[in-house]
Design a protein around this ligand. Structure first.
Ligand SMILES: [Mg+2]
Length: 374
């Protein structure tokens, strides 16, 4: 195969998988009866196809000509074009993931190697998605520990702080010091149509002070990312602060760095900034002795893209692994993959030993769950 490859076609597949019983996400008042995924496929004249998924790719139709006929490996060009589309139309970062998938296949290397090859596997943290009563959550934490997880993330509803604290206390009592606990307040995260205001800085700081007692590893999104001063104040309560999963622009995160507002930078490579820019954020965070570990709450393909970037650049110390059985399982999350991604007995998620992103798709699911358009 020559090193000159040309993009010949870009197509998008919209899949819908049924969730019965529904999944009750802590951050969404409406139970989810189905789980949707958009997959973008980039085809080339050499017969290689790249695939990416994450954001919906809604409205991308009509922009294919910006890429078709180009060499998929001219990544700086593609990222700059995607940034212009991000400004005018939508976050088409799954397309960058598909391009990196091709890049890796052309080189015969996993994308993580192209991103630096710092690690081949990362400890996964079980990112719980549902609110459960304290006793039930403590039991689930013990089950996660049994499976090999060394860390888990709990949701606390900031409007029901006492209940959330009781859950954190029950989990800490159950697992002792054998597991790290992260807490997510989701205060920079709104469902469409939800105009509720976030809690204020004083409220967030009070929560952080209470959490210190339970030795939480980080407190995530205590405030919107625009409240740099407030985030800085919460940090001074003595708990690491995480955020940035939905950062709209690179400069949002550079502003956080200038204000030293976060300990843990979490842009999601298929929702926010894309893989190349997230790598830049990661390098800068690590150089400043802060952490980079991306948000990964999409699907198996999104998780793979984030895993490659995080492992390549040496992020961590834990990688988000959306998992909260029975509501959220690898089978539900990765329904488009032939085999769901699972951590090993050590609780680590390994970079697949395949070129590119290493995704093996479930062709039957691609056929039977294709809904044409949402
Ligand atoms: Mg979060």
């Amino acid at each position: 195969m020559s090193w000159r490859v040309k993009i010949t076609r870009i197509t998008i597949k919209h899949l819908k998988s049924t969730l019965d019983p529904p999944f009750r996400a802590a951050w969404d008042p409406i139970p989810r009866h189905h789980f949707d995924a958009s997959l973008v496929f980039v085809e080339t004249d050499e017969g290689l196809t790249g695939v990416g998924s994450g954001d919906t790719m809604a409205g991308f139709e009509g922009f294919e000509h910006l890429f078709v006929g180009e060499d998929p490996m001219n990544m700086v060009r593609h990222v700059r074009i995607l940034e212009t589309l991000d400004f005018h139309a939508g976050r088409y970062w799954p397309l960058e993931a598909a391009l990196w998938d091709i890049f890796g296949q052309v080189c015969g290397q996993p994308v993580a190697t192209l991103f630096g090859g710092a690690e081949r596997r990362l400890p996964a943290y079980a990112s719980c998605g549902e609110l459960k009563p304290p006793e039930e959550r403590a039991e689930s934490a013990l089950a996660l520990q049994e499976e090999g997880f060394r860390a888990l993330k709990l949701r606390v509803d900031p409007r029901r702080v006492d209940k959330g604290m009781a859950t954190v206390a029950a989990v800490r009592e159950a697992v002792g010091s054998s597991m790290e606990i992260m807490v997510d307040l989701n205060q920079a995260w709104r469902m469409t149509g939800d105009t509720a205001r976030s809690i204020d800085g004083a409220g967030a700081r009070r929560i952080a002070e209470r959490l210190r007692e339970f030795d939480v590893f980080w407190l995530e999104e205590p405030l919107p990312i625009s409240d740099l001063k407030g985030l800085g104040d919460v940090r001074r309560a003595g708990v690491r602060i995480a955020g940035g999963e939905m950062a709209a622009t690179l400069s949002d995160l550079l502003d956080c760095m200038d204000a030293d507002a976060l300990d843990v930078y979490q842009p999601d490579v298929v929702l926010s900034l894309g893989m190349s820019r997230c790598r830049l954020v990661a390098e800068m965070a690590i150089q400043r002795n802060r952490h980079f570990t991306p948000h990964t709450w999409t699907n198996g393909l999104g998780l793979l893209a984030n895993l490659h970037v995080a492992a390549g650049v040496g992020g961590g110390p834990y990688l988000e692994y959306p998992y909260d059985p029975p509501g959220w399982t690898p089978e539900r999350r990765d329904f488009m993959l032939a085999e769901p991604l699972r951590p090993d007995a050590d609780g680590c998620l390994a970079v697949p030993d395949l070129p590119g992103l290493g995704a093996v798709l479930d062709e039957d699911a691609l056929r039977s769950l294709d809904v044409g358009a949402f």
